[in-house]
Design a protein around this ligand. Structure first.
Ligand SMILES: [Fe+2]
Length: 500
């Protein structure tokens, strides 16, 4: 279905569905450097004969000839088909879907993070595209990687699989970020995913720069790379241009955080733990109550939304792991593995400063909010490239039910422990590390440190079920996948459930 050439070579996509609306997206590639008229059609059928609405939009050169149409007046929980046309050429006709509305009692979606193009084939996106029963795809960040094709000497290098970045240096300018998104949108599996499901997304650091924080990043040298504010603005602009997303506040294009209501079944709070935070490991000191991962505005908004939420479930979608991911009681071999995965800090007995553990006062304040009432929140996280199920506890009170449960998706392609250690997937050494970590790290219920894939979340009023789906390889195109873990939250507690 994807097109390697033609006006619509970057295919089409949809995103940010609500009960009554969805964003449609495309990009027009033409010899015409000026604005280009584009028509669009939304229908109830794949032949586009039962038309719901249609109109005209502009592919503007100031927006890199990308097109966004916010289509409203739609019915909840309904599948629609849409297509674009320009200069006598028509895009593929593809599917999207609105969110469930009032009275909804079921929701099912896939969640992903960390899609490093040069680390692997996007087989997991291909498998998600084959699923017809999902309401949307939740992208928890690292949609792109801004990194150079080869990492600095000493770092694990990407495998030689014929998928280099076409821009071999790291993204710094608006043109660089646009070109990186364009390469991603040319991938057949990412196209197939977008042709099937609307996307709801947040950001991690690699949409900007490795280790990004409010005023810099660990990979940004202002003397060589210029002001970080310019780079951050360019990265935001390319993201809004190239993804099918609706800015929550058009007067503040740096705002990603928002509430996505799903009837009274769930409120999905999308938060940004990267572009407003204090520097990881920097000032103010880790235990300073003023230290923030959210930034003042986002924290006030989030805490207010949590107090106001009347939904049956609360979902928190963010890049950063919230649960504890280290322990001072681990053998050195396991501590070293967790450090390699950036689950433990430099000394091995403290949190990695990049995660919620690096912002402890704000983490406790947030857990206090999630505790009102307990057992109603599921935190959905990415970033660390491994699958995890963790209980979140506010205070160390033995026997007390968890405040919330956290499910962490593995990476779509980015390197896991087997890649970093140079041993085969599901090697006995990985299994041993997992066994010891589950026995020792507080509140860890399950982990899988080797595989790439995605998670399917299926929720009703009674329970939230998470299924980790793993592909057999990312080093070559493959259609094989298997379910590697199933965990359910019921009455506030997580427990393993056997494969169906
Ligand atoms: Fe990542």
């Amino acid at each position: 279905m994807s097109q390697a050439a033609g006006l619509f070579r970057h295919a089409v996509a949809s995103g940010d569905p609500l009960q009554d609306r969805v964003m449609l997206w495309t990009r027009v590639t033409s010899d015409d450097p000026g604005p280009i008229d584009v028509t669009w059609t939304v229908a109830r059928d794949r032949d586009l004969s039962d038309v719901v609405c249609e109109g005209t939009a502009i592919a503007d050169p100031d927006r890199d000839h990308t097109v966004h149409v916010d289509v409203d007046g739609l019915e909840p929980a309904t599948t629609y088909y849409y297509a674009f046309a320009a200069q006598g050429e028509q895009s593929p006709t593809v599917r999207t879907r609105t969110l469930p509305g009032p009275g909804a009692d079921h929701l099912r979606f896939a969640m992903v993070s960390c899609a490093s193009y040069n680390a692997g084939f996007f087989n997991a996106f291909g498998r998600i595209a084959e699923r017809e029963d999902l309401d949307f795809l939740l992208h928890l960040g690292d949609y792109i990687y801004e990194t150079p094709n080869m990492l600095p000497p000493g770092a694990p290098q990407p495998p030689e699989i014929g998928r280099p970045f076409d821009l071999i240096h790291q993204c710094l300018t608006l043109d660089d970020y646009r070109r990186r998104y364009a390469q991603y949108h040319g991938d057949p599996d990412i196209q197939a995913m977008h042709l099937m499901h609307p996307m709801i997304g947040t950001v991690d650091d690699h949409e900007f720069a490795d280790g990004a924080w409010r005023d810099g990043s660990s990979w940004h040298n202002p003397e060589v790379d210029g002001p970080f504010a310019d780079r951050k603005a360019a990265a935001f602009q390319a993201r809004w241009e190239w993804l099918p997303c609706r800015p929550p506040d058009p007067s503040d294009m740096s705002r990603v955080y928002r509430t996505v209501p799903i009837g009274d079944l769930a409120d999905l709070f999308i938060i940004d733990t990267r572009t407003r935070r204090d520097e990881p490991g920097g000032l103010p000191d880790r235990d300073d109550p003023a230290r923030t991962q959210l930034g003042t505005e986002q924290r006030e908004w989030l805490f207010g939304e949590l107090e106001r939420s009347k939904a049956h479930w609360r979902l928190l979608g963010n890049a950063s792991v919230m649960g504890q991911t280290w322990s001072e009681h681990l053998p050195e071999s396991v501590t070293n593995a967790l450090k390699l995965l950036k689950l433990a800090g430099e000394n091995g007995v403290e949190p990695d400063p990049d995660h919620w553990g690096g912002y402890p006062a704000e983490r406790v304040a947030l857990l206090d909010k999630l505790d009102e009432p307990p057992g109603k929140t599921v935190v959905l996280s990415g970033d660390v490239h491994v699958g995890l199920a963790i209980e979140l506890h506010d205070h160390d009170a033995p026997g007390r039910d968890p405040v919330a449960v956290e499910f962490v998706t593995s990476s779509l392609t980015s390197m896991n422990i087997d890649d970093k250690m140079g041993w085969p997937r599901r090697d006995e050494r990985s299994l041993e590390i997992e066994r010891i970590a589950i026995e020792t790290v507080p509140h860890w219920k399950w982990c899988e440190l080797d595989s790439n894939g995605y998670v399917v979340i299926d929720m009703t009023r009674d329970r939230v079920l998470a299924e980790w789906w793993f592909v057999d390889t990312v080093l070559a195109p493959s259609t094989h996948e298997e379910c590697g873990g199933r965990w359910m939250v019921e009455h506030g507690r997580p427990f393993a459930v056997p494969a169906p």
